[in-house]
Design a binder for this molecule. Sequence first.
Ligand SMILES: NC(=O)C1=CN([C@@H]2O[C@H](COP(=O)(O)OP(=O)(O)OC[C@H]3O[C@@H](n4cnc5c(N)ncnc54)[C@H](O)[C@@H]3O)[C@@H](O)[C@H]2O)C=CC1
Ligand SMILES: O=C(O)C(=O)COP(=O)(O)O
Length: 610
Amino acid sequence: MSHSDGVVARPKVLVPEKLSPDGLALLQKTLDVDEKKGLTPEQLIEIIPGYEALLVRSETKVTAQLLQAAKNLKVVARAGVGVDNVDVPAATKLGIVVVNSPQGNIQAAAEHTIALLMSMARNIPDGCASTKAGKWERSRLVGVEVKGKTLGVIGLGKVGLIVARMARGLGMNVTASDPYASSQVAAAANVTLVKTLNELLPVVDFLTIHTPMLASTKGMLSTTELNLMKPGARLLNVARGGIIDESALLNALESGHLAGAAIDVFTAEPPSKDPEGTAARLIAHPKCVVTPHLGASTIEAQENVSIDVCEQVLDILSGALPRSAVNAPIILPAEYKTLQPYVRLVEKIGSIYTQHFSPSSTTAFRNTFDLIYEGDIASMSSTKPLFAALIKGLLSPISDAEGLNINIVNAEMVAKERGIFVNEQKSRDPSSTLSAYSSLVTLVARPPSRPASVTRIAAEDISQKSDRVQHIISGYCSDNRPFISRLDRFSTSFSPTDDSTILICHNYDAPGKIGTVGSILGRESVNIKFMSVAPQSFGDNKFLPNSGTPTESGTATPVGGGGGAVRRQSAAGGHSEALMILGVDGDVNPDVVKELVAAGGVLSVSVVNL
Ligand SMILES: NC(=O)C1=CN([C@@H]2O[C@H](COP(=O)(O)OP(=O)(O)OC[C@H]3O[C@@H](n4cnc5c(N)ncnc54)[C@H](O)[C@@H]3O)[C@@H](O)[C@H]2O)C=CC1
Ligand SMILES: O=C(O)C(=O)COP(=O)(O)O
């Protein structure tokens, strides 16, 4: 963002909840951080368009409506584990990265669980309140020991496992139910893993929940499940309100079936104060120990999560990948660095394809794309950024740039919506094509349901049916700069730099062409920055995926290059052909393009804006 006076504005971060200053201090060096607590949802929607990053804990509801209003938002950072207050699918669709802090507060949450377990077993809150009230009620407040008792854990993930280990340390037996837990991990922690809740519930003295809030866990403990528990058992919830049905729990406490409950999280937070309502009655129940969602509230955990997500916000706003994205692929930093120049290359390849080969396809891509990686690049464990770059490159010349925020978060979704099919292929074998560079990336656009190699269409039809022939664009990187090395049958070497314009002229390879083209452009005040003549070096438009070697023979296909704005005569017999690629400054309007064709020898011209 820049002001009209040329001053570059610092990206803005909105923090509508209490976050530890340790992380915020990291942001304040380079970003404008606005801490604004107590905003209503309406106020939030009103101001969110001004922000690039939003940092939240569990209180802010990051709805689809809020995200749609957030025109400049790049990242939602959840300073904690659970992202159930963020509409992640909506963020994904809009290309907004959602990050969290999967480790930062898990010790705090586990310790809070154990604190509640012991508080409940020994009536600590009740004993404390009664003593402060001047009473001395030793016989009413007799508790139970946990040693030798069985703790049931639903969800043996990060928090659940720490709780299980600590409970083992307290001398408890631990049995867990988690359909996705590793039996080795459970065995190593001396936890008995059972397959179903039905097996777990009848055997436990204490039950604790540590699953995320998901459609499948919402209301997972209701009357039927609570009835399966032993009479006199006790229940803890430091995961999410709503996983236990609050009215079923209240009934179980009121009937005396359960001897106690310890609840840190509620279906609605803060819970309704209506004294007749379920939440208020549960909170008031003498056998229920409650805390106001304090699981993560330790100084250490808040420092951890704040620093963790703030570092990720800095990463994202500087174009790097975060370490804990909820809706983006995890890519190792070293690999990401290697991929970066190729990301630019593949985006340019996509853009050149759309502008040079498919200028009339403004709504749909009928071709199927093979994106072929050869050499070192083929050994990357994730090529997601390259896939995303291709989709962005293909679409940006024909889409409203404002609305086109394509990145690794939403590329697959966008490709699916636009009917773009990309088949990524890798070949690590060195091939002759690769001798000059360590990696080569090739885009092959195959016409639908035709054999890849055999296509003969009258040349004059090509401009109309450009997406009925196969097209090939290859490129490589040198010194971190992208280069295009092949356009269909023509070999070339030019660097498609950002914000540049190139003219791709297809002509018969005869003397005098360069001079003619140069003088027309000069007359029109179009400055030529570079020129590269691309001779015909490949026998046809074929590429054998994974062979790494473009074929030198086979059925002749018409010239694919220059499905562009103007096409004159077909490529006729006898003459060899070439592309003349010119990097230019200045506006190349359609009249100039027409003149280039009329001036002789130039068969077609594409204007490609990069
Ligand atoms: N009260 C608080 O302040 C805090 C609450 N939490 C809550 O704790 C939850 C768990 O956190 P982590 O352990 O870090 O998450 P995690 O993702 O490491 O573990 C969750 C576990 O639940 C399991 N699971 C999922 N569906 C299940 C089902 N139907 N039955 C049994 N197990 C199931 C998963 O397989 C996984 O092992 C978070 O999602 C968050 O909602 C986390 C931190 C603080
Ligand atoms: O990390 C989590 O999932 C939590 O529930 C912590 O919530 P909080 O950040 O304390 O509002």
